[in-house]
Design a protein around this ligand. Structure first.
Ligand code: DGL
Length: 273
């Protein structure tokens, strides 16, 4: 087993939502150590331009790489949509995995008739990376993208169920999932949206596949580590280190929406990029 296998996996997000990806990785690869960096000082990324998102993603990733990591997981959908090529060019030899390709491939496979709706941030929608990746796997798919900025704030407020969440979800989704042209697959193209998956499943019914990029990305990283013989030699639960560029108290509070384990502000290291 190489020394590299003992290194942690670096996970990067614009803020706290990427903990959905960390949770999915933890569930599949519990013995791996993880370092999570949330760029809370500069979020949201989802309203920013491609250039700004790519510059921020590079800075944050350089920091993670400086700690020594065996793989870089870009949990942030907006950075995955805009910056993956730049990150792969910056760190040749380091496996760099984004959430877009795994999510798109899973949606292409899960959709019965190939009518897929991608919900994401404005900036991810503008990048057009999800439709390109879906069409790569399934060339005759009909892909509709929908920016849903309200879902992000809703989830951070803990509104993942109940009448307000339901009304906003209906507002965005009902027009696309009703009538003869109704879509049959909803792809959750944003870190925060897995928290809303139970609500979406209830509203859309059993004939609509709700696909989340977080869990499919965790499967991809497991396969990749196995293929490169980079799985940790450790046996017990791997350590998790949390870094944030601002507001550790808020990080710890909002984290409760995304992960089931308790988190205190004192566990979050403040860093500057
Ligand atoms: N993490 C972002 C994403 O997955 C959502 C929050 C933000 O806009 O920064 O696209």
């Amino acid at each position: 087993m190489s020394d590299i296998a003992a290194l942690p996996i670096g996970i990067f997000d614009s803020g706290v939502g990427g903990l959905t990806v960390l949770k999915a990785v933890r569930e599949r690869l519990g013995t791996e150590s993880l370092i999570y960096l949330g760029d809370t000082a500069r979020l949201p990324y989802g309203t920013k331009s491609a250039q700004t998102v790519a510059a921020y993603a590079l800075e944050a990733s350089r920091r993670l790489v400086s700690y020594g990591i065996k793989a870089l997981l870009v949990a942030d959908n907006t950075s995955s949509a805009h910056a993956l090529d730049a990150l792969r060019a910056e760190f040749p030899g380091l496996p760099v995995i984004g959430v877009v390709e795994p999510g798109a491939a899973a949606a292409a496979a899960a959709s019965a008739r190939g009518r897929i709706v991608v919900v994401a941030t404005e900036s991810t929608v503008q990048a057009g990376t999800y439709p390109r990746a879906i069409l790569h796997s399934r060339p005759n798919a009909q892909v509709t993208q929908l920016p849903c900025p309200l879902f992000v704030s809703m989830v951070e407020e803990g509104l993942v169920d109940g009448p307000i969440a339901e009304q906003i979800a209906r507002h965005y989704l009902e027009p696309l999932f009703s009538g003869p042209e109704a879509a049959d697959c909803l792809l959750l193209g944003c870190t925060h949206f897995p928290a809303l998956a139970p609500l979406f499943r209830r509203l859309l019914g059993p004939d609509v596949a709700v696909v989340d990029s977080a869990s499919t990305t965790a499967m991809v990283i497991e396969d990749l580590l196995a293929l490169r013989r980079l799985k940790t030699p450790g046996r017990g639960p791997g350590a998790i280190r949390y870094l944030a560029t601002d507001a550790p108290e808020r990080f710890a509070r909002v984290a409760r929406v995304f992960v089931p384990w308790p988190m205190e502000a004192s566990e979050i290291e403040s860093i500057d990029l």
